[in-house]
Design a protein around this ligand. Structure first.
Ligand code: JFZ
Length: 444
């Protein structure tokens, strides 16, 4: 223990010495041209793979098991000793994301247990230092993503249930507890942020090639604390200007942030009861969800979403001008379970036919509704009919003149009448099991 701490102190001093680069203020944050381009590419991508994977996966009961079982640090520290993902195959994971039609991957570089799933010199509480596997899967994944043309984002938990300097403790140790897991009743908050966290972020943005961005989570544990966001965000933008900062803090976006993300909800819809109803009209939007009911591997979770549900979720996200970040929790041996694989492949097959009406589109021009949504790109508007059984669909006025209307899949013409009161489409009958009937409007 003491050896670990002294090593940690030495590294901190070293990092502090490097910390002399001028930091641009994020309060007046002006995204660079590269950053703005990355935002456009992010919006074009539409569909990403979220991956929750860590030493908690061993217990097969989600990523909150440390907290849920009120384990002590000492008990939890045994877990890495049996984390040995011999079946981990970065090429297979990336290939699966691609087969699903996903254009980016966001993986937990460390979750609330603070355990780094990468080779960190800041602390040995990491996969190389503590597991028999002793390799860096994020490095392998990053290399493979670059090879296969997929962007890689790192989820990073600001909340830490393991580090003593995460002090004073937050809601998860107090309101939802009390949970005393054996850490001392003192700690250096500034050191936690400036040395430990920023030190690791510096590693992630230095050693893994171009990174899509950092997906932050856990600030909600201490909503009133000073998280030194300006400093951390500036560090990230300085190391990689194109890296997008995506905070899951469930609040109105703050200066320095590049994307607004909504957990388990479409933008503005607060069915999960912890999201904000404020929707940025400036930033790209993202909505995260799970393929079953869990984030981290859960061995008895059988509540798999059908491919059709995922497809509808993706279409509704796109119609809300948002991406969908869909989660899987791989097994501790590194394999992705069959139930996820088959569903993801089915969605990918569907996207090979319907992708034109999703990728690179933006939401609108009509507001999302129960019947469906619209997406648009260049001189095309895609009408996605998700829930409508009558032969005529009367829509609000479309500002642009509709030249032609046709079915996406067959190119068959669709009859319509456009007037100042609205647009009426004669919709074709749905084919068997057709989730989304797409009518393409050529507009000018
Ligand atoms: C967070 C994580 O806690 C969870 O494990 C997962 O990583 C998900 C994507 O993000 O989920 C939250 C966030 C906020 C609250 C609860 C769960 N909250 O405010 O109570």
């Amino acid at each position: 223990m003491s050896k670990r701490i002294s090593r940690y102190c030495a590294v901190s001093i070293l990092l502090a010495a490097f910390n002399t680069l001028p930091l641009m203020g994020q309060a007046t944050y002006q995204p660079t041209a590269e950053n703005l381009k990355a935002r456009q590419e992010f919006q074009d991508a539409k569909f990403g793979m979220f991956i929750h994977w860590g030493v908690y996966s061993v217990l097969g009961d989600g990523e909150w098991i440390f907290h849920n079982r009120k384990m002590t640090v000492r008990e939890y520290e045994r877990l890495p000793r049996f984390f040995n993902p011999q079946k981990f195959d970065a090429a297979a994971w990336v290939a699966l994301a691609k087969a699903a039609g996903m254009k980016y991957i966001t993986i937990t570089s460390r979750h609330h247990d603070g355990f780094a799933m990468f080779d960190s010199k800041v602390s040995d509480w990491n996969i190389v230092g503590r597991t028999p596997y002793a390799r860096d899967p994020l490095k392998m994944l990053a290399d493979e993503c670059h090879r296969q043309g997929i962007k890689l984002f790192f989820y990073y938990s600001q909340l830490d249930w393991h580090h003593p300097d995460y002090y004073p403790r937050g809601k998860t140790a107090v309101d939802r507890g009390p949970w005393d897991n054996g850490r001392p009743d003192r700690g250096n908050w500034n050191a936690y942020l400036d040395d430990y966290m920023d030190g690791q972020l510096r590693e992630l943005l230095t050693n893994y090639g171009p990174v899509g961005g950092i997906w932050f989570d856990g600030m909600w544990d201490k909503p009133d604390a000073d998280w030194h966001l300006e400093k951390t965000y500036a560090l990230i933008h300085q190391l990689q200007p194109a890296a997008l900062i995506i905070p899951n803090h469930h609040q109105t976006p703050k200066p320095g942030e590049d994307v607004q993300t909504f957990e388990k909800d479409l933008p503005g819809r607060n069915t999960a009861s912890f999201n904000t109803t404020y929707v940025s009209d400036r930033l790209p939007l993202e909505s995260s969800n799970t393929l079953n009911d869990s984030w981290g591997f859960n061995i008895t979770d059988r509540k798999y979403k059908a491919p059709e549900q995922v497809e509808e979720m993706l279409v509704r996200s796109a119609g809300n001008n948002s991406n969908l970040l869909l989660n899987i929790g791989p097994m501790p041996n590194g394999e992705i379970q069959e139930e996820f694989v088959t569903r993801l492949r089915a969605v990918g097959e569907w996207l090979s036919r319907y992708g034109e009406a999703i990728y690179s589109t933006r939401g609108g021009p009509l507001p999302p509704a129960d019947w469906g949504v619209t997406t648009q790109k260049a001189n095309k508007v895609y009408v996605h009919i998700l829930n409508w059984n009558a032969p005529l669909l009367a829509l609000p006025p479309v500002a642009r003149t509709v030249k032609t209307a046709q079915e996406l899949l067959t190119g068959s013409p669709v009859q319509f009448t456009q007037s100042s009161t609205g647009l009426v489409l004669h919709v074709p009958a749905a084919r068997k099991d057709e989730v989304d009937r797409v009518i393409v409007l050529a507009v000018e």
